[in-house]
Design a protein around this ligand. Structure first.
Ligand SMILES: Cc1ncc(COP(=O)(O)O)c(C=O)c1O
Length: 370
């Protein structure tokens, strides 16, 4: 098969093309931000949040979250050990310390049973990740946050459209963040979103994301060191079309998820993760572990798949292993996922035959019975 079996990739229709052309043709002068405003309104209504700020990327939304919560040098933030590094870096941007906590191996989200012992006098917030379409245990996190007076940032960058106990991921804690980077379920190439129900947090985030401008004095006046984290109107138009189609995109991802579970059923060398209790997934990714029964290692498997033009990916490295960070607690589950984790190709241009082909090749390579 010559087709590239891509790890990720979007589903683009005429609607996206039309919205982008509209933005390019008409999104100037007094309508220079019309798609941005519409995107923010549409997204806020969709997830049921009071306020939304569209940003250039998800990392910027995370940085606005740490700025809005006034986290700073000397503060500690409890954060999951497994994520894309942007999660931890947004804590570092404001000088706060990341206190990494291990993951639940079944969901790859923060292990809520380990949070309490990571709390100190300096702890100000918990930053969790809804990992690969699996929701973190928000009830337990919010109960701990209440008990200790901590703020909660939900990194829902991988969870656009997913829910925990009927509520959209990202709307349960103080602040939620989302990404529309090209490998996400809904894309803009780059793109992000900050949501909150708290007006003060919203205003602070807006202020920091627009140079800390003080329009009451002058639109050229700035109160503090701020950032230009605004999204472009053209990108917002593309994301708007995707967000309007989000339920359809989730449906497509679910089909891919179901095919993997069907075609790898009974393959004891691969353990795919199931959607946890209380979670309505967006099925954005299909993740799992290569088990010890495999005839080849995880990295050998990835290399062999690549030779076949099948682009799977390993688990993220443990963030606390990276040179910039320190590890205060052991993180065996995170290390296991780093060493044995697998992310399957789930690009939205893949059909049932493609997924079947990937699964047949995986079965052959790991030495599964026919
Ligand atoms: C969990 C998580 N957090 C943060 C980010 C950063 O988002 P972005 O790439 O849009 O800056 C990503 C994805 O890239 C992510 O997967």
């Amino acid at each position: 098969m010559n087709k590239k079996i891509a790890l990720a990739g979007p589903d683009i229709t005429q609607k996206e093309v039309d919205y982008v052309i509209d933005a390019v043709k008409n999104g100037w002068y007094e309508t220079y931000d019309m798609h941005i405003r519409k995107l923010e309104k549409t997204f806020a209504e969709y997830v049921g949040a009071k306020y939304a700020i569209a940003t250039y990327c998800g990392t910027h939304a995370l940085h606005l979250a740490t700025l809005a919560l006034e986290l700073q040098l000397g503060d500690e933030v409890i954060v999951t050990d497994q994520s894309y590094i942007a999660t931890a870096q947004a804590i570092s941007y404001v000088g706060a310390t990341c206190v990494f906590v291990d993951i639940d191996p079944d969901t790859l989200c923060i292990d809520t049973g380990l949070i309490r012992k990571a709390i100190t006098d300096k702890t100000k917030a918990i930053m969790l990740v809804h990992f690969a379409g699996m929701a973190a245990k928000m009830d337990e996190i919010m109960a701990l946050a209440d008990e200790y007076g901590l703020k909660v940032i939900e990194d829902a960058c991988q969870m656009v459209g997913g829910k925990y106990k009927g509520k959209y991921a990202g709307t349960i804690g103080d602040i939620g963040t989302y990404s529309f980077q090209g490998s996400k379920i809904a894309v803009g190439g780059e793109g992000g979103m900050f949501v909150t129900n708290n007006e003060a947090l919203y205003k602070r985030a807006l202020h920091y994301g627009t140079f800390c401008r003080n329009d009451a004095i002058s639109f050229l006046w700035s109160d503090d060191v701020g950032y230009n984290y605004r999204i472009s109107n053209v990108t917002a138009a593309l994301i708007l079309a995707q967000v309007e189609r989000i339920d359809e995109l989730i449906e497509k991802k679910k089909r891919i998820y179901d095919w993997y579970h069907e075609f790898l059923k009974g393959c004891k060398q691969i353990r795919l993760l199931d959607i946890p209790e209380n979670c309505e997934s967006n099925y954005a990714y299909v993740v799992g572990y290569l088990e010890d029964e495999s005839h080849i290692t995880r990295d050998e498997l990835l290399a062999k798949l690549l030779e076949l033009n099948i682009h799977a990916r390993p688990g993220y490295p443990s963030m606390s292993a990276m040179p910039n960070y320190e590890r205060r607690f052991e993180v065996p589950a995170s290390i296991r996922y780093w060493e044995h984790g697998l992310v399957m190709p789930t690009a939205l241009n893949l059909d049932q035959d493609d997924i079947k082909y990937v699964c047949i090749k995986i079965r052959e390579l790991v030495g599964a019975k026919k």
